[in-house]
Design a protein around this ligand. Structure first.
Ligand SMILES: O=C(O)c1ccccc1N[C@@H]1O[C@H](COP(=O)(O)O)[C@@H](O)[C@H]1O
Length: 220
């Protein structure tokens, strides 16, 4: 399986063109009102139309209720839903089966103990995403914080499902992260921005290039 590269939190057609032009496999749209990357369903559909057939579209939601998942499925029809909240394994299974959608569950990692939940989520998800554990501040975002974690905790993690790495990745550290963890893919949001919510095409290009170089090196 080739290395998967996902660029998340796209808001404009320019962002989509930059991500796909750089060679990303997946683009992500964020549905989380508190995020500087939040988009409406209508905007997400327009961005998805631009990406159609050129990259997979991932809908990121945080503890979505059934009505919202139904709206996403009826309008956007993403290739994958990224669940980035406190969804339990039961809720993940419920969304996956009820809406016949592929699911990537995000797991916050701060210590080895956090990995105890991996098997339960792997059993009900199509993919997993290991991200830095978010800070416990009242206004804190559940992701997209540009925070890294100790990658050694997830080095070689193989729960029987593809696993992507995220959390504070940027053009300058993504190659090292891939070499160290050897996971199936990488996901980035704030690390390819010039300011919160504003993607930088040069950083996107540099990020994808650095990630792809590790494939060429044969380290992955
Ligand atoms: O990007 C956001 O705004 C966001 C909001 C709510 C939940 C998750 C979010 N982003 C995801 O967080 C990780 C890490 O992001 P970063 O690269 O550290 O900025 C990534 O998987 C994003 O998809």
């Amino acid at each position: 399986m080739p290395l998967l590269v996902k660029i998340c939190g796209l808001k404009t057609m320019r962002d989509v063109d930059a991500a796909i032009g750089a060679g990303a496999d997946m683009i992500g749209v964020v549905f989380f009102p508190k995020s500087p990357r939040n988009v409406s369903l209508a905007t997400a559909c327009a961005l998805s139309g631009r990406a159609c057939g050129r990259a997979g579209v991932v809908a990121l939601a945080v503890d979505p209720d059934d009505d919202f998942v139904a709206a996403i499925m009826a309008n956007l029809k993403p290739d994958l839903i990224q669940l980035h909240g406190a969804e339990t394994p039961e809720r993940v299974a419920d969304i996956r089966h009820r809406f016949s959608v592929r699911v990537m569950k995000a797991i916050g990692v701060g210590s080895a103990e956090d990995l105890a939940q991996v098997p339960a989520y792997a059993a009900v998800s199509d993919m997993l995403l290991v991200d830095a554990k978010p800070p416990k501040t009242p206004d804190g975002l559940p992701g997209g914080n540009g925070l890294t974690f100790d990658w050694r905790l997830v080095a070689g993690l193989d729960p029987g499902r593809p696993v992507m790495l995220s959390g504070g990745l940027h053009p300058g550290n993504v190659a090292e992260a891939i070499r160290l963890t050897r996971l199936n893919g990488v996901d980035v949001s704030s690390g390819v921005e010039s300011s919160p919510g504003r993607k930088d095409p040069d950083k996107i290009r540099a990020f994808v290039e650095a990630a792809r170089l590790t494939e060429a090196e044969g380290v992955w």
